[in-house]
Ligand binder design. Sequence first.
Ligand SMILES: *Cc1c(COP(=O)(O)O)cnc(C)c1O
Length: 423
Amino acid sequence: MNDFQNTLHFARSQDASDPLRAFRDEFHFPLKDGQPVIYFTGNSLGLQPKGAAAALKQELDDWATLGVEGHMKAKHPWYSYHEELTAMTARLVGAKESEVVVMNQLTSNLHFLLVSFYQPKGSRKKILTEQRPFPSDTYAFASQIAFHGGDPDTDLIEVQPRAGEYTVRSEDIIGRINDLGDELALVCFGGVNFYTGQAFDMAAITKAAHAVGAYAGYDLAHAAGNLFLKLHEWNVDFAAWCTYKYLNSGPGSVGGAFVHEALHGKGLPIFAGWWGHDKHERFKMERTFKPMNTAEAWQVSNAPVFSMAVHRTALEQFDRAGIVNLRMKSERLTGYLAFVIGEAARSAGAHLEIITPSDIAQRGCQLSIVAHGKGKDLFHAISAKGVVADWREPNVIRVAPVPMYNSFEDVWRFGQIFKAALS
Ligand SMILES: *Cc1c(COP(=O)(O)O)cnc(C)c1O
């Protein structure tokens, strides 16, 4: 049972006792009719930290005044820029510093990691993933399978929910892994499914995958900055994420990757580039690739400094707030959202379902709402009142209050707008 009340007074009292409340003032909120919107799409594109402009300008200024010398002499030297992000990234995803690297973008990183972790051999050639993964992931899996001469129709398998259910049961995922056994090359799930908002039990999935001799990797687009992750402890083999959703680092910003230390220096196949080469000898410019003994071995290109400048600002906020504190607030904030949605539906007599699991361990910030018979009209009605949510075909409204900058008052106001739109 919870102590929630559907009143402005209650919401404001929650905000007043929220130790993270000051972070809201560090972000730019878009306005509608002169008022800040209720921004519930941090799961799609996080808001801009106010510090981003200065961080970016620093790099532009250093480029203007230093030219090529900025590689070594910029305030944040470009040559090793990514290294300034390593410790904060490791804390964010529960990794050792040697296990993470900020580089490229998400789908590119997935491909580079699949080069190492999808090595079909004989009858061990299948990839198991969740129902309805993000399309880019499906394209990456299918094209990798085809690249190795396999058939995506038989070698790419999605675990489906049971009849009449929206989300996949953990025991069914584990059961499927066990059934596929030595036919399985790789289990690759989203940390949180983009459509249903379901968070998967990565520790259990990884353990089951390893027990049948398969690798386990995760697309953390909807999990990084959202869930409390322990990638190292869970023995995850690899992971990749983007930084423009929950991590507030700007459109198309640089991505991140994790490779477990147990797999460093093991001679896995790598598509190599000079930034993966032993950094102490990089500028000897020798012919033979000598990989780093860390996740940096998977780097191919030098650092995209402008994206990284914004990402550094955003990561510093996560570091100050602490992912554990953020997650604690998030569980309560999203719990309050589920409560006000329920109240709105009840008072409007509307039939709607939250398809995201009600079990807190199986969800992050996001709730996915199916409003039977209303759907898109409802979405347009709340949008007109200053709610920024999103619509995902065929019939889901996604709402994601993020703990970094959303408030309990946002959630309460959303509930009022939602109720009016339902009535
Ligand atoms: C957002 C998202 C992507 C997008 O990939 P990019 O390479 O960053 O364009 C891929 N996969 C998932 C699961 C996502 O949520």
